[in-house]
Design a protein around this ligand. Structure first.
Ligand code: HEC
Length: 112
């Protein structure tokens, strides 16, 4: 009986672990940004875009816009843009990138 209870507790733990893997993870989002977005965007206070002439806004600045929240970024990444490539990201990746960008809002303003 005790064993069955422990097993139930364990399997519910395993279940939470599994569902957590599918939620937004800012560290995953950061890795995606460092791979996919850094060509054009300054992805944090210290990492400049590879293309120095890029007009794309810094993610720190994006995070600080009053209009920015995770939903707005998710909608943006699911729609198409004239100046930005359309990425094929999974919904989980989109959630993670959005969580990462939003997490930058408290970052000290970067030097331009
Ligand atoms: C080829 C260059 C390029 C790449 C790569 C790129 N962007 Fe952009 N991005 C732009 C430009 C230019 C703008 C500003 C014009 C616009 O809004 O379309 C922009 C705007 C944005 C905005 C809107 C900011 C606002 O004003 O609300 C977000 C959010 C954004 N990018 C996220 C991303 C993310 C996340 C990635 C990586 C998955 C990415 N971008 C990759 C060029 C790029």
């Amino acid at each position: 009986m005790k064993f069955a209870l422990a097993l139930a507790a364990l399997s519910s733990l395993a279940f939470t672990g599994a569902s957590k893997a599918q939620t937004a993870d800012p560290s995953v989002g950061r890795r995606l940004a460092a791979t996919l977005c850094v060509d054009c965007h300054r992805i944090d206070a210290t990492t400049p875009p590879k293309d120095a002439t890029s007009q794309a806004p810094s993610f720190v600045d994006v995070a600080r816009l009053p209009s920015t929240n995770e939903l707005a970024i998710k909608v943006f990444l699911r729609s198409s843009h004239s100046q930005m490539p359309n990425f094929i990201l999974t919904p989980e990746e989109i959630d993670s990138v959005a969580a990462y960008i939003v997490s930058l809002a408290g970052t000290k303003r970067q030097e331009k």
